[in-house]
Design a protein around this ligand. Structure first.
Ligand SMILES: [Zn+2]
Length: 343
């Protein structure tokens, strides 16, 4: 079996620490917690990435309190072996395996694929009304949501945690891509994986998700800050990337340490972003949903420096070279596609 199912875990048997709780679970797990009314069901997923523990901490704290949810709750905790690998909570996935949050579309042939397929089957069986997939960013970031659909139900789910929402048309095999109008699924990035504020946001939002009668209708007067059509800055695997405050002559790309401070901040035309070595430009692509390289539209390379070519929002700027090479260094969205939504 690729996924263990535990029904109504007894609060007295939940280990005191999050680390020991994970050791108890040991394998990819679905916890099914009956609520006061089991005619409805909601789903929550966390730890798809082993280095993103805020959602897990929120779930663990809540289980230890032994409270009943309003409706039946499904809690999926999948990348447990990656999280348990020492040092704990530093590995996104097991080495040699695919990123778990890229496995929610065929082919399902490998181990993470089999786990993803089982999760999709269980979602079909239980028919939850919605799903929140909780992540952390690896760099410093305020909380934000990501959705593949732009409608009030997706906005209401994200608004339990944050007012920032990115509507993406990029398809990677991520869990949120299974979203449908009658089954909204959102990603919530509750903040950096070393930031205690992210743990608080996860815990407070989960509390709302468990106890509110309605989570799919926005509250009157809700303001959302929406960004559309993000692009991803991807690097060749062999790219030499450094994080430093002056250009490293050995590096293809040197990212100044302050770059992550631009996450959701103002980046105007002409803002310096990072230094390039002789092969830097050839090793980068700024992909949009169609896979086209959009770099010239967003960035100007002048000499050994790269600048913003238009006002943009940067987000998920990582300070982790492994993630920068295997996934992406950052996302960007044009300010021109930015809307403020008042409901
Ligand atoms: Zn993640």
């Amino acid at each position: 079996m690729s996924l263990t199912i535990v029904h109504n875990p007894n609060r007295d048997e939940i280990a005191r620490t999050v680390q020991d709780f994970l050791r108890q679970l040991a394998e990819p797990t679905l916890l099914v917690v009956d609520g006061r009314d089991n005619s409805r069901c909601r789903a929550f997923s966390t730890l798809l990435h082993g280095n993103e523990p805020s959602g897990l901490r929120a779930v663990h704290g809540w289980l230890r309190r032994g409270e009943l949810p309003r409706y039946r709750l499904l809690i999926f905790i999948l990348s447990i072996s990656a999280a348990l690998q020492e040092p704990m909570f530093t590995h996104r996935q097991l080495s040699g395996e695919r990123d778990m949050n890229r496995c929610f579309r065929p082919p399902f042939g490998d181990r993470p694929g089999a786990v993803a397929r089982k999760m999709l089957e269980l979602l079909d069986d239980y028919h939850p009304e919605c799903l929140i997939d909780m992540h952390n960013t690896s760099g410093l970031n305020p909380a934000f949501g990501v959705a593949t659909h732009e409608d009030p139900a997706h906005e209401a789910l994200v608004a339990l945690f944050t007012r920032r929402l990115i509507i993406t048309d990029i398809r990677l095999g991520a869990l949120m891509e299974i979203s449908r109008p009658d089954f909204p699924v959102v990603t919530v990035e509750c903040g950096g994986n070393r930031d205690p504020a992210a743990d608080r946001i996860a815990a407070q939002g989960l509390e709302q998700f468990l106890h509110r009668e309605q989570v799919l209708q926005p509250d009157a007067g809700l303001h959302m800050d929406l960004y559309h059509h993000p692009v991803r800055l991807e690097l060749d695997r062999e790219t030499v990337i450094r994080f430093a405050d002056e250009p490293d002559p050995e590096a293809d790309i040197t990212v100044p340490r302050h770059l992550e401070r631009y996450n959701f901040g103002q980046v105007g035309t002409g803002t310096f972003l990072f230094w390039l070595g002789p092969h830097g430009r050839a090793r980068m692509r700024l992909r949009d949903a169609s896979g086209k390289d959009m770099l010239p539209r967003y960035f100007n390379c002048i000499g050994h420096c790269l600048y913003a070519a238009q006002p943009i929002k940067l987000f998920m700027v990582t300070d982790n070279p492994v993630i920068a090479r295997s996934d992406c260094l950052l996302y960007a969205a044009p300010e021109s596609g930015h809307t403020l939504l008042d409901i």
